[in-house]
Design a protein around this ligand. Structure first.
Ligand code: ARG
Length: 467
C-alpha cells in the first residue's frame, strides 16, 4: 500500500479499506489523459515562474518516459498505489527525485480527476461520432442501391403500405444522424477545462488557467471551481446519448433478427457474423444482433446508476464520484463495439429482394391505394374505406388479392372501378406515387439521398472548433 497522504496518519490503512477505496484497477484507463494533463500543468507552472525551466524539463521528460515505459510494457500499473494519479506521481518522484515532488503544486486530485475524465469523455465523444459516421455511410450506400427494392412497411407489425428498403433504412439514417447531433452538442457544452480549480476553491498560486485550457484544446476554463470539481453533467449527457444510440441499434437489431428468421427470410446474415447451435445442425443464429439488443440494458443501467450516484452529493467533490468510472468505461466500450460490429454485420448481409417484393404484394398493402382510387373517382373517403374493407373480407375468404380479382367482381363492390384500377394499385404505383417530402417514391428518395450525401460530406466534430 502506498499513499500520497501519509503525513497526518499514525496507523496503516486496513487492507480491505485500501482495496475498497482504491481506483487504480479501473482508473488506469485514464493513464494517457493523466500524463497529458500533468504535462500541461507543469508547462504552465514554469511559464508562471512557479517551477524553474530545469524542473519543468525534468518533469515533462519524466512523464513522457513513464508513458513510453507503460506503452512498451516495461512498467506495469502497480496495484499498491491507490489510483492512477498516485501511480504517476510516485513513479515520477522515483525517476527524477525532488522536482517530481513539485508537480502537484497548485493542483488537487479533485481537479486532476475532473480533467482526466473530461479528456477521456471528449475523446470518446469524437470516436463515437466517427463510428456513427461510418455506419451512416454504409447505410447510405445500401439505400442508394435499393431505391427500387420494394418491401412491406409495417405498423403494429402488420403489413400496412409498401415502401422500399431504401426508405426503411432511411428511417435509421435519421436516427443515427440525430445521435451525431447529440455528440456535437455534448462536445460543445463540455469543452471547458476544470484544471486549476484545485481541491474546490482555486489556489493562491498565480496559475494561468487560460493557458492550460488552450494547451489541452479546451474552449476556455470552467468558471466556478466548486462546480468544476463536482460536475459530471457531461458524462450523464453522454450516457444518455449512448443509451439513445443503443435504443436505435436495438430496434434495428430486432428487425434484423425478424428479417433473418425462416418466417421472413428478407435477409441473410453472413456466416462471419452468425453463430451455430451445439445441438441443432441447421441453425444459423443472429447472436451479434441479439447481443447488441441485450447490451442495451447495461448502457441504460450506467445512466441510471450515475444519475442516482450524483443526486445526493453536496458540493463539492465527494468520493461517491469515483463511481462514475467503471460504469462509464463499460458503457462507452459497449457502444463503440456495438457500433463497429453492427456496421460490419450490415455491410455483409444479403437482402433477398424478391422475397421482400413478394411479401410487399401480399397482405393487402395496396388497400389504401384502392380506397384512394375510389376517392379520385368521386367516392367520399369514408365510403371508399368501407367498400375496400368489404372487398378485403371477400378476398380473404377467397384467399386472393384485390389485384387478382377481375373487373366484373370488382364492380360488384363499386361501379366506379374501371380497368385502370390494376395500374393504380400495382406495387410500383403504390410506392412511386408517394412523393411527399420524406416519402418512399423514387424521385423523393433520390432527393433525400442527395441531401444526406451533402450532410455526410460536411466536416464532423472531429475536425473541430477547438484545434
Ligand atoms: N480516485 C478518485 C476519483 O476517481 C480521484 C480523486 C480523489 N480525490 C480525493 N480527494 N480523494 O474520484
Amino acid at each position: 500500500m502506498a499513499q500520497l497522504w501519509g503525513g497526518r496518519f499514525t496507523k496503516e490503512t486496513d487492507a480491505k479499506v485500501f482495496a475498497f477505496n482504491a481506483s487504480l484497477p479501473f482508473d488506469k484507463n485514464l493513464f494517457t489523459q493523466d500524463i497529458e494533463g500533468s504535462i500541461a500543468h507543469a508547462v504552465m507552472l514554469e511559464k508562471q515562474g512557479i517551477l524553474t525551466l530545469e524542473e519543468k524539463d525534468a518533469i515533462v521528460k519524466g512523464l513522457a518516459g513513464i508513458r513510453k515505459d507503460v506503452e512498451k510494457g516495461i512498467l506495469s500499473f502497480d496495484e499498491t498505489q491507490e489510483d492512477i494519479h498516485s501511480f504517476v506521481e510516485a513513479n515520477l518522484i522515483e525517476r527524477i527525485g525532488e522536482a517530481g515532488k513539485k508537480l502537484h503544486t497548485g493542483r488537487s486530485r479533485n481537479d486532476q480527476v475532473a480533467l482526466d475524465m473530461r479528456l477521456y469523455t471528449r475523446e470518446h465523444v469524437l470516436k463515437t461520432d466517427e463510428l456513427l459516421k461510418q455506419l451512416l455511410s454504409v447505410l447510405l450506400g445500401i439505400m442508394e442501391e435499393n431505391l427500387d427494392t420494394y418491401m412491406p412497411g409495417f405498423t403494429h407489425l402488420q403489413k400496412a403500405q409498401p415502401v422500399t428498403l431504401a426508405h426503411h433504412l432511411g428511417a435509421y439514417f435519421e436516427m443515427f444522424k440525430r445521435d451525431r447531433l447529440r455528440c456535437r452538442d455534448i462536445y460543445k457544452r463540455m469543452n471547458f477545462c476544470p484544471l486549476g480549480a484545485g481541491a474546490l476553491a482555486g489556489t493562491t498560486y498565480p496559475l494561468d488557467r487560460n493557458y492550460t485550457a488552450a494547451l489541452l484544446g479546451f474552449e476556455m476554463p470552467t468558471l466556478n471551481s466548486m462546480d468544476s470539481v463536482s460536475d459530471r453533467d457531461y458524462l450523464i449527457e453522454f450516457l444518455a446519448a449512448l443509451s439513445t444510440m443503443m435504443m436505435h441499434l436495438s430496434r434495428f437489431c430486432e428487425e434484423i433478427i425478424l428479417w433473418n428468421s425462416n418466417e421472413y427470410r428478407f435477409i441473410e446474415l453472413d456466416d462471419s457474423y452468425s453463430t451455430g447451435s451445439s445441438i441443432m445442425p441447421q441453425k444459423k443464429n443472429p447472436d451479434i444482433a441479439e447481443l447488441i439488443r441485450g447490451k442495451t440494458g447495461r448502457v441504460y443501467g450506467a445512466l441510471m446508476a450515475l444519475l442516482t450516484t450524483m443526486k445526493g452529493i453536496p458540493l463539492a467533490y465527494n468520493k461517491d464520484m469515483q463511481e462514475d468510472k467503471e460504469l462509464s468505461f463499460d458503457a462507452i466500450r459497449t457502444v463503440e463495439d456495438s457500433l463497429e460490429l453492427f456496421t460490419g454485420m450490415l455491410v455483409t448481409m444479403k437482402f433477398n429482394k424478391e422475397i421482400m417484393a413478394t411479401s410487399a404484394m401480399n397482405g393487402f398493402t395496396n388497400a389504401t391505394d384502392a380506397a384512394d382510387y375510389l376517392v379520385n373517382k368521386g367516392v367520399p373517403f369514408r365510403d371508399a374505406h368501407g367498400i375496400i374493407g368489404r372487398l378485403v373480407l371477400y378476398c380473404l375468404e377467397k384467399n386472393t388479392g384485390i389485384d387478382a380479382l377481375d373487373i366484373t367482381e370488382l364492380k360488384n363492390f363499386s361501379d366506379k372501378f374501371e380497368p385502370d384500377i390494376y395500374d393504380a394499385i400495382s406495387l410500383k404505383t403504390c410506392v412511386e406515387k408517394r412523393l411527399t417530402i420524406g416519402a418512399p417514391g423514387r424521385k423523393m428518395m433520390e432527393e433525400t439521398i442527395r441531401i444526406n450525401k451533402e450532410y455526410l460530406a460536411e466536416e464532423g466534430i472531429g475536425c473541430r472548433e477547438s484545434q
